[in-house]
Design a binder for this molecule. Structure first.
Ligand code: BES
Ligand code: ZN
Ligand code: ZN
Length: 501
């Protein structure tokens, strides 16, 4: 996908060459100066007349009109040099790649050094380019007779850089691309409709990942769940004709199975709400209710590629949430694997039920730290909107590590509190240990804190991606639809993780 070369030559054929430009650059240097020379100072003129803008995120295409073997120069505005950040650069690259993808070029080159600015070095720039390339050019193929995928995709990018050694740059590009591809896998899982991605199919996907990356894999069927007493996941599945699956993947990157990170993802393949049924408008889009599972599987793909020295157990409770004569009803009391009993006041609060058993099962598999990711509540969208993932925790130091990973990944999270009074509401059932829906007030907190009851003393962070798993609008790093939110945060957390003393 990438090749790295040290020097651009005017005789090299490329359909497109990307060059980064900063505002108020007083002199042309490097590749830019060289190109200007070949074009008889015309670039200087274009800059003077503001025909090429260096304002951040502007992309200007200049034809070389036969003067160079490179057909088009694509100038990418980076804004002020000292203000360049990794996040901005990733978006800028995304925008530029998207624009150029529309030109359907076969052969693309990138003057990598021209994008160095701010605190970033060449390897950061390479990582950003690799990641942005994969993310921004992603398309969900779909099911039209004529596929949604562009006919001509950019396949090979030649990277020019005088700096450092080519191998290191290639490695950084590749790591970026691995992060991008893992996120795209998560996006695809979320975009697939519920009739095509059942719990069984999700389990098959996990099995394929396991085979490819040599993960240990365990798929529990209904019978096994019954034996283990997973009454909460089974209750949600009760109304369905599709069998449930509890999916477990283990990656051991240390000698001993210690300091194990548990990644738990809500895998509801379609959420009708059950007898607390959703409205005809509210139900559309509920194929995306397995966004947490997708993020965990996407992260496992990244982990499988990068093989960090960490131990990870991924646990995905998967089923749809349907209605039938056998379905779970409001007022029912169920017993979770942990032994805690739950009064079900709302069958649409099913995510916390399946996560309850998954968290317990992750601990059973030795998880010492837990992150659960879930499209859990509409409430988090009201609280934080569609750009920020909601977080809850029972452990400051562990949360700090998740927060740092999210900042590096460019996936904003914001923490909501859990106070003792919140916990009282979750425990307020008169006839069971817990109730799954203590009312709409603060219900993003209620949902997450309910899951936290099953983490008990284990350091735990909850990430509610109901608002961020899907976007209505096309953006610099992808199309509308699934975003793959938290895939990169989870993978980075694993890569950087330090056990808490
Ligand atoms: N899957 C939904 C949450 C959701 C809402 C995800 C919108 C994506 C977009 C979840 O299972 C749910 O229905 N939650 C209820 C909880 C309530 C009944 C306490 C909600 O948010 O309304
Ligand atoms: Zn629901
Ligand atoms: Zn749901």
């Amino acid at each position: 996908m990438f090749q790295v070369k040290s020097k651009w030559e005017s005789t090299n054929y490329h359909e497109v060459l990307f060059i980064g430009v900063f505002e108020r650059t007083t002199k042309f240097a490097g590749l830019l100066a060289e190109l200007d020379g070949f074009l008889d100072g015309q670039l200087t003129e274009l800059f003077k007349n503001n025909d090429i803008s260096a304002k951040k995120k502007t992309v200007t295409v200049v034809h070389t009109l036969g003067k160079l073997k490179t057909k088009k120069l694509v100038f990418v505005g980076l804004g002020k040099e000292r203000e360049l950040t990794f996040e901005l650069l990733r978006e800028v690259f995304g925008r530029a790649f998207k624009k150029v993808q529309k030109l359907k070029p076969a052969d693309v080159a990138l003057g990598l050094d021209s994008f160095i600015g701010g605190q970033l070095d060449i390897l950061d720039v390479a990582h950003a380019a690799g990641e942005a390339f994969c993310l921004s050019t992603y398309q969900f193929e779909g099911y039209k007779q004529k596929s949604n995928e562009p006919e001509k995709k950019i396949k090979l990018i030649t990277i020019y850089s005088d700096e450092n050694d080519a191998e290191e740059i290639l490695a950084a590009l590749t790591v970026g691309a691995i992060y991008g591809k893992g996120t795209n896998s998560a996006r695809t899982l979320v975009n697939i409709p519920g009739n095509m991605l059942t719990a069984t199919e999700m389990a098959e996907f996990a099995q394929e990942l396991a085979a490819k990356y040599k993960f240990e894999v365990e798929i529990l069927d209904k019978e096994a769940m019954e034996k283990l007493g997973m009454g909460a996941l089974l209750a949600v599945n009760q109304g369905s004709t599709e069998p449930p699956k509890m999916i477990v993947l283990k990656y051991q990157g240390k000698e001993q199975w210690t300091d194990v990170l548990g990644l738990v993802g809500k895998g509801i393949t379609f959420d009708t709400g059950g007898y607390s049924i959703k409205t005809k408008d509210g139900i559309v889009g509920m194929k995306t209710d397995m966004g947490g599972a997708a993020a965990v599987l996407g992260a496992m793909e990244i982990i499988g590629e990068l093989r960090p020295e960490q131990n990870v157990v991924a646990v995905i409770p998967s089923t749809d949430n349907m209605i039938s004569g056998a379905a779970l009803k409001p007022d029912d009391v169920i017993t979770s694997m942990s032994g805690k009993t739950i009064e079900v006041l709302n069958t649409d609060a099913e995510g916390r039920l399946v996560l309850a058993d998954a968290v317990t099962y992750a601990k059973y598999h030795g998880a010492n730290y837990l992150v659960d990711v879930a499209t859990l509540t509409g409430g988090v969208i009201i609280a934080l909107g569609n750009d920020t993932t909601g977080a809850l925790t029972n452990n400051e130091s562990f949360f700090e590590q998740v927060l740092e990973a999210s900042v590096e990944a460019g996936e904003p999270i914001w923490r909501l509190p859990i106070f003792p009074k919140d916990i009282e509401r979750i425990r307020s059932s008169k006839i069971a240990d817990l109730n799954n829906s203590p009312g709409r007030e603060g219900h993003a907190i209620m949902g997450g804190a309910f899951v936290g009851e099953f983490a008990e003393g284990t350091p735990w962070v909850h990430l509610d991606i109901a608002g961020t798993a899907v976007t209505k609008n096309e953006h610099d790093l992808g199309p509308s639809g699934a975003t793959g939110a938290m895939t990169r945060t989870l993978a980075l957390l694993v890569e950087r993780f330090e056990p808490i003393k």
